[in-house]
Write a protein that binds this ligand. Structure first.
Ligand code: PEP
Ligand code: MN
Length: 361
């Protein structure tokens, strides 16, 4: 394992090269409901001129039985023919090897693994085995729980089966308690995925993050601002009547409005001269480290003193008092309580380890 824990993976530089522009825009209904529905949506989406790939769920993983669980295999040719009619490549979710085989047979262009599948390494491996020897592009959604290793593990399983056209989809993580989101975005996790697998492309699915239409435009803009590589937006010609995820689907007209209103910022750093500012940041980071190193030296002196006088390492009142003081100062200067707390917790944990070592040597 290298120090930064990054994973070298030979991935296609643009996994959907033949199919899309710089950003990948995927749209279409949560579920394919009938032949007319998918044709109508494809027609309206194609008229928007803003979509690269038509999505449609065929097998729907639903939390409770008695919900609409998708049409299943009979809907595959409907999806394919809608794509053909409007010159759009088509994508669907698969959750086991039977789905994989049926989708390949129906010449679906792109497959994705859903959040509920990615949590299960057995299912992912079964799918990887079923796809071995094909060059179909596969999109891997994050698992429902915020576990980056599971997400990476699924990508690795597909890659080991010889799939090179892999992209990830960020659809947020199951939330407990009150949240404005259906699935909380935790942007740090997909950002860390990009760092761990250099070169991987990530599409953001604002529909499943939001759970409601109103949040989709701002989430989409955020995805672009954070330099993600595309969007997947659930789109239905009659969203309120949709058989699944009705609240979060938008009409093709609204979809077009969302995409038209996005601000595409320059993606290449070289275009801007940020060198001076970056150099300052590099210097400041070194200063921060130097201060922490100096602080640790004092911690060691204290540990020797405590050892000689036989007093405990942790003096509880002191730690609470320190935290309160640092958090108060941080808040006055626009740093959140959580950040200051996490920052000092990490420093404090390192201090305690160093002191324990000295005291018990
Ligand atoms: C979907 O895309 O319709 C879907 C079921 O998504 P997820 O796996 O993200 O819940
Ligand atoms: Mn859905």
């Amino acid at each position: 394992m290298n120090k930064l824990n990054t994973i070298k993976m030979e991935l296609a530089t643009n996994p959907l090269e033949k199919l899309v522009k710089k950003h990948t825009i995927i749209a279409g209904p949560c579920s394919v409901e009938n032949e007319e529905q998918i044709h109508e949506i494809a027609k309206q989406l194609s008229a928007s001129n803003q979509v690269d790939i038509l999505r449609g769920g065929i097998w729907k993983p639903r939390t409770r039985p008695n919900s609409f669980e998708g049409i299943g295999a009979p809907a595959l040719p409907w999806l394919k023919s809608a794509g053909k009619a409007y010159n759009l490549p088509v994508a669907t979710e698969i959750a086991n090897s039977l789905h994989a085989e049926a989708a390949l047979k129906a010449e679906i262009d792109i497959l994705w693994l859903g959040a509920r599948t990615v949590v299960n390494p057995f299912a992912v491996q079964e799918i990887a085995d079923a796809l071995e020897g094909t060059d179909i592009p596969v999109l891997v959604k994050n698992p429902v729980n915020p576990d980056l290793e599971l997400w990476i593990g699924a990508i690795e399983r597909l890659h080991k089966a010889g799939i090179e056209n892999i992209m990830a989809i960020h659809r947020g993580f199951s939330a407990t308690g009150n949240s404005q989101y259906r699935n909380i975005p935790k942007w740090d996790i997909p950002i860390e995925l990009k760092r761990r697998i250099p070169g991987i492309k990530i599409i953001v699915d604002p529909s499943h993050i939001a759970g409601t239409r109103a949040l989709i435009p701002s989430l989409s803009q955020k995805a672009l601002d954070l330099d993600f590589d595309g969007l997947m937006i659930e789109t239905h010609h009659n969203p309120d009547k949709a058989l699944s995820d009705a609240k979060q689907q938008v009409t093709p007209e609204d979809f077009k409005g969302i995409i038209d209103n996005l601000t595409y910022r320059e993606r290449k750093n070289e275009a801007l001269n940020l060198d001076d500012l970056r150099e300052t940041i590099d210097d400041l980071d070194k200063d921060i480290l130097d201060l922490v190193i100096k602080r640790m030296q004092i911690v060691k002196d204290i540990a020797n003193f405590k050892k000689n006088h036989n007093v405990t390492i942790l003096q509880s009142g002191r730690w609470e008092k320190m935290l309160e003081d640092r958090i108060g100062y941080g808040e006055k200067n626009d740093l959140t309580e959580k950040f200051v707390y996490d920052f000092f917790k990490a420093i404090h944990a390192e201090s305690i380890n160093k002191q324990s070592k000295i005291m018990n040597d």
